[in-house]
Ligand binder design. Structure first.
Ligand code: FAD
Length: 293
C-alpha cells in the first residue's frame, strides 16, 4: 500500500528538530531508519500529519568512549554497532545481538534509537539494553531526562519517550573484567523476529563462582524480561549442569508469555527454559565472547 499523504521536515540541527516536536506534538512522528514506522504507515496503523526526518542530525551519529560507559548516538545503524571498533571493544554484547536483526539491508537502515523507542518485546537491542542496565538520554526543548532501562520500556510497543521528546543517545556501562556472555534465539526463519530469545551476561570470581549474573528473555512479556529470581539464584554459584538446570527451571516458571499465531504460550515458555539452558551452558564453557581486561 502507498503511504498516506504526509508533510515532511528534515532539520539539520537538533534544536530545530526539538522545536518542531514541541510545536506539533501529537501530530508529528520522528523518522529514523523507517524500518518499523514506514511499514506501519503503509498499513495505516500509523498516520502522522508530519514526518520529522532526523537523518541529517550529526549530533545523533556519534559514538563516544567515556571512562565508565560508551555513549551511542540514537541514529547509529545496527550494522555500525556490529562494525565499530569502540563498540566491539567496550560494548561487545551489542554487536553479538545486532547480527540477528532482520537482513543486511534492514541492518544498514535501522537505528538503535528507533529499535528502542519502537520497543518490540522480541527485538534484540531492547533486550541487550535491558540486560546491560543501559541509560537513555531523552531530550525536549530545554530539558534532558536520563532514564534507566527499567523505566524506559513501558509496555508492548510503548517506550517512555513522550510525543514532544526525542531519544538522542544511549549509555552502555562498560563490562566488568572476567565477564562472559552468550545470546541465542529461535525464529521461524532466518531474519524473522525471534519467537523467544535469551541473553546471559555473567561475571566470574577468581575461583569461577558467579559474582554477578544478568539474564534477560525476549518475546515472553510486553517488554524484555529480566529474570531477577534466576540472577539471584546464580549469584555465588558455579555453572554446573545442576545449577544450569535449576536456573532454566526458574525461568520456565517465571515467564508468563501469551500465545499468538506464531507460537503458543506453552511453546514460548518451553523455549525460554531451553534457551536459558543453552546460553548458560555456553557461558560456562567460554561464552560466545568474553571480556577479560
Ligand atoms: C523485514 C523486517 C525484519 C525485521 N527484523 C527485525 C529483527 O529480527 N529484530 C529487530 O530487532 N528488528 C527487526 N526489524 C525492525 C528494525 O530493527 C528496525 O530498524 C527498528 O525496529 C526500528 O528502527 P528504525 O531506525 O528503522 O526506526 P523507525 O522505523 O524510523 O521508527 C520506529 C519508531 O521509533 C520512533 N523513533 C525512531 N527514532 C526515534 C528517536 N531517536 N527518538 C524518538 N522516537 C524515535 C519513530 O517515530 C517510530 O515510532 C525488522 C524490520 C523489517 C522491515
Amino acid at each position: 500500500m502507498k503511504f498516506p499523504p504526509t508533510r515532511y521536515l528534515r532539520p539539520v540541527v537538533l534544536d530545530q528538530a526539538l522545536d518542531a516536536l514541541n510545536q506539533y506534538k501529537g501530530s508529528i512522528k520522528v523518522l529514523a531508519g523507517g524500518q518499523s514506522l514506514l511499514p506501519l504507515m503503509a498499513m495505516r496503523l500509523a498516520d502522522p500529519d508530519i514526518l520529522l526526518d532526523i537523518n541529517d542530525l550529526a549530533e545523533l551519529q556519534e559514538i563516544r568512549d567515556w571512562e565508565n560507559c560508551v555513549e551511542i548516538g540514537a541514529l547509529i545503524r545496527h550494522q555500525r554497532l556490529i562494525d565499530d571498533p569502540v563498540i566491539q571493544q567496550h560494548a561487545p554484547v551489542l554487536p553479538l545481538v545486532a547480527r540477528h536483526i532482520g537482513h543486511l539491508a534492514i541492518r544498514h537502515r535501522g537505528t538503535i534509537g528507533g529499535s528502542l523507542v519502537h520497543c518490540d518485546p522480541a527485538a534484540e537491542l531492547p533486550l541487550a539494553v535491558q540486560a546491560l542496565d543501559g541509560e537513555m538520554l531523552v531530550q525536549s526543548v530545554g530539558q534532558t531526562r536520563i532514564l534507566p532501562a527499567g523505566k524506559f520500556f513501558l509496555s508492548y510497543l510503548m517506550s517512555a519517550v513522550e510525543p514532544h521528546e526525542m531519544l538522542t543517545a544511549i549509555r552502555i556501562p562498560k563490562l566488568m573484567a572476567h565477564t562472559r556472555f552468550a545470546f541465542d534465539e529461535v525464529a521461524g526463519r532466518t531474519g524473522d523476529f525471534a519467537l523467544v530469545s535469551a541473553l546471559a551476561i555473567v561475571t566470574l570470581d577468581d575461583d569461577a563462582s558467579i559474582q554477578v549474573a544478568r539474564l534477560a528473555i525476549g518475546g515472553v512479556s510486553e517488554v524484555p524480561f529480566r529474570v531477577y529470581e534466576a540472577e539471584q539464584y546464580l549469584t555465588d554459584a558455579k555453572l554446573t549442569p545442576e545449577v544450569i538446570d535449576g536456573a532454566a527451571s526458574i525461568v520456565h516458571q517465571a515467564v508468563n508469555p501469551e500465545g499468538d499465531l506464531h507460537a503458543s504460550a506453552n511453546y514460548r515458555r518451553h523455549l525460554a527454559g531451553v534457551l536459558t539452558s543453552r546460553v548458560l551452558t555456553r557461558v560456562g564453557v567460554k561464552g560466545d565472547l568474553s571480556w577479560n581486561r
